[in-house]
Every structure is written in structure tokens, then in C-alpha cells.
Design a protein around this ligand. Structure first.
Ligand code: CAA
Length: 371
């Protein structure tokens, strides 16, 4: 196995590094003011980073999943809130690329990769169904010429700024788990965007509730086959978990870098080893996904579980070790360390909690052990 970066991977990292310094410089202000980073997102789009694993014909870089992972980590080390917005945009684009019609691909993906739509949103979770994704109550019923969606979604990343929502809705009796996926323009009548959640961290990312009241959409809004929405969501989340693992690595790298700058790494060898192990499994999951024909669900869950946990430990350990100082140069480190500590917590929650990753891993173990 060759761990050297290929030219297209190095090029992607260079693009991300080119934006990271200015993102980091503004990260604390953005966080204090909870400013959604519209300009920065356009810069990311211009650099191709909203579609790293998206084909160039749709405005993506076509650079693959390993390059994507490296880019998310690089942006996350500068500002985790920008990284999650980038990650969800990439995930939405990849769902449309993999499961959408030619028409959906040609119209929707370039709008997100180019920055015409600042964001796309992944609307799966509901107030009563976060971990139990199949327990959703949002329903889509057929009309004469399409579908009507009614229901509520919760904790939707970028929901107030998205141009397009990918919305999962039940299209059959609950016991059949008939769930379908729809691409819904954000300005469709009947959609209400709730107030932004007041979160402990990642203030510059936008998280809202959405309600759908008889939202009428044409028949060609369905993404994939009717009733295939649940497996599509699960496959998308497998990839999404590589994104959050990569974001977590970036947070851990940022914490480690501050600890190194301040000479605070004594005795952190176990944590250092755990970070490198998490990085290896994240890259392996990314590589497996990139092959296109290999299962990677288990590796993505292991990566997210390990990377998010170790990033939390790095952020906590850094904060615990910070000495008292009135030096103004130190103040930036202290405030950024505090931001990392607040930002990192949700990496163990979104795109499937650590408990859900353990379930995915355990089920895979059982399946392998079954004759
Ligand atoms: N790939 C393809 N198909 C899959 C799959 C996968 N990884 N996992 C499951 N499936 C299929 C199964 O094969 C099964 O198909 P059949 O019915 O044909 O047999 C079907 O899906 C149902 O599978 P399960 O019985 O395993 O489903 P379950 O109800 O027991 O739930 C779960 C599984 C893993 C707990 C799932 O509900 C889950 O992942 N929950 C977490 C949800 C989540 O991660 N939400 C994140 C929200 S998005 C977000 O956070 C974005 C953001 O803002 C940052």
C-alpha cells in the first residue's frame, strides 16, 4: 500500500490549505457572532471543494474520497463549523450523483459545486427520530402530477441557506418501511424554516428545524426508486461518516498543533498514537469507498467512532493543560482551544452517534461470525 499522496490528492490539499489560513484568522469572530460564512463557502466552491468526489462534468474536482477526507481535515483544523457545511454539501452532491437522474445531476449538482446555491441540506432526522432513522413520520403522498410532503425535520445543517433540500419521507405504511427520497427546492411554498438552534459549538454552521405543510413537488423530484430511500440514506451516511471522521481528525490536529506550540505535549504519547490509528482507519475507509466496489460501512463507522472520540480527548487535554497567562498572543490560543472543545462534542452525535457506530460495528461482527 502506497501512502504517498498522488498529484491530484496533493492538489486538493493545496487548494484547502490556500483557504485555511484566512478561515482560521476569522474563526473566532465568526464563532462569537454566529455568522454563517457565505463568502468563505463561495471561496470553497470556487476552489472545487464542494464536490471533491464529484465528476468534473458537474463542476466537481473528481479527485476521489481520500482527497476529500484530506480536504475536510485541512478545513476543519481552521474552522470545524465551515468544515461541516462543506462536508454536508459534498454529501448532498454525491447522493444526487449516485442516485439522481441525468436531469437532477445536471441541474442540481453544478448549482452547489459552483456556489450558486450556498448549500444543500440533508433532511433525514426528525424531532422523534434521530438515531432511529426509519421511524420518521414525514409523509409524501401522490397527487395528480407529483407528490405532496407534510411533516417536520430537525437539526438540519445549513437549512436556512440551502437552495435544495434532500428530503426523506415515508411513502407507504410504516410497517413496510417504504421511504422515498425527494429533491425539493428550498423556495417551494409550504416550507417553513425555524430559528437557528443555539448550540454549544460550531456557531457559524447553521442548524434549523424545517416544517413541510402540503409541499407540492413534481413527479420527477423523486431521487432513486420509490421505496429505496432508506438504503440510500444508509449508503450516504456511510460516506458522511468518513467526512465527520475527517473533520474530527482536523480538530485533533489543531489541538495537537497548539499543544506543540506551547510545549504541552508531555505524556501525550497514548493520545498521539490513538490519533494516528484513527487517521489510518479514516484513510482506509476513504480508500475503500473510492474503489467503488468494496464494502466500507464498518470501516466508516470505526473511523467516525475512533476519530470523534480521540478528537474529544485531544481538545479536552489541551484545554486542561493551558497555563494561566495574560500574554495577548496566548489569548488567541486559549480562545481557539476553548472553541475546539465546544466544537468537537457534536462529532460524537451527528451523522450517527457513537452508540449507533457501535451498533453498526457489532452487527457487522455478528454477520461475519454467522455461518
Ligand atoms: N448500506 C446499504 N443498505 C443498508 C445499510 C448500508 N450501510 N445499512 C442498512 N441498510 C439496509 C439494510 O440492508 C436493510 O435492508 P432490507 O430491509 O432490504 O433488509 C435496511 O437498510 C434496514 O436496515 P436495518 O434493519 O439495519 O435498519 P435499522 O432500522 O435497524 O437502523 C441504523 C439501522 C444503523 C440504526 C440506522 O437507523 C442509522 O444509521 N441511524 C443513525 C441515523 C443517522 O446517522 N443520522 C444522521 C443524520 S444526518 C446528519 O447528521 C447530517 C448533519 O447534519 C451533519
Amino acid at each position: 500500500m502506497d501512502f504517498r499522496l498522488q498529484p491530484h490528492q496533493q492538489d486538493t490539499v493545496t487548494r484547502a490549505q490556500g483557504l485555511a489560513e484566512s478561515l482560521r484568522a476569522q474563526a473566532l469572530v465568526r464563532d462569537d457572532e454566529a455568522t454563517f460564512p457565505l463568502d468563505s463557502l463561495k471561496d470553497l466552491a470556487d476552489a472545487g471543494l464542494m464536490g471533491v468526489n464529484v465528476r468534473p462534468e458537474y463542476g466537481g474536482l473528481g479527485a476521489g474520497v481520500v482527497a476529500y477526507s484530506l480536504a475536510v481535515s485541512t478545513i476543519a483544523a481552521a474552522d470545524p463549523a465551515v468544515a461541516v457545511t462543506m462536508a454536508v454539501n459534498n454529501m448532498v452532491n454525491e447522493v444526487i450523483q449516485q442516485f439522481g437522474t441525468d436531469d437532477q445531476r445536471q441541474h442540481l449538482i453544478p448549482a452547489i459545486t459552483s456556489g450558486e446555491f450556498s448549500c444543500g441540506s440533508f433532511c433525514l432526522s426528525e424531532p422523534g427520530s434521530g438515531s432511529d432513522a426509519a421511524g420518521m413520520r414525514t409523509r409524501a403522498t401522490r397527487t395528480d402530477d407529483g407528490w405532496s410532503i407534510t411533516g417536520a425535520k430537525a437539526w438540519i445543517t445549513s437549512g436556512a441557506y440551502a437552495g435544495i433540500f434532500l428530503v426523506w419521507a415515508s411513502t407507504g405504511p410504516p410497517e413496510d418501511r417504504a421511504i422515498s427520497l425527494f429533491a425539493v427546492p428550498a423556495d417551494t411554498p409550504g416550507i417553513t424554516v425555524g430559528n437557528a438552534e443555539e448550540k454549544m459549538g460550531q456557531h457559524a454552521s447553521n442548524t434549523v428545524a424545517l416544517s413541510f405543510d402540503d409541499v407540492k413537488i413534481p413527479a420527477d423530484s423523486i431521487v432513486g426508486e420509490p421505496g429505496m430511500g432508506f438504503p440510500i440514506a444508509m449508503m450516504a451516511l456511510d460516506g458522511g461518516r468518513i467526512g465527520i471522521a475527517s473533520q474530527s481528525l482536523g480538530i485533533a490536529d489543531a489541538a495537537r498543533s497548539i499543544a506543540e506550540d506551547l510545549g504541552l505535549t508531555d505524556g501525550l504519547h497514548e493520545l498521539d498514537a490513538a490519533l494516528e490509528a484513527a487517521r489510518s482507519i479514516t484513510w482506509r475507509a476513504a480508500w475503500l469507498k473510492e474503489q467503488g466496489d468494496r464494502p466500507f460501512s464498518r470501516e466508516a463507522s470505526v473511523a467516525k467512532l475512533m476519530a470523534s472520540e480521540v478528537a474529544g480527548q485531544w481538545a479536552a487535554e489541551l484545554y486542561r493543560r493551558l497555563p494561566a497567562s495574560s500574554d495577548s498572543a496566548f489569548e488567541d490560543h486559549r480562545r481557539f482551544a476553548a472553541k475546539l472543545l465546544r466544537d468537537v462534542r457534536v462529532t460524537r452525535i451527528y451523522e450517527g452517534t457513537s452508540e449507533i457506530q457501535r451498533i453498526v460495528i457489532a452487527r457487522d461482527l455478528i454477520r461475519r461470525a454467522s455461518p
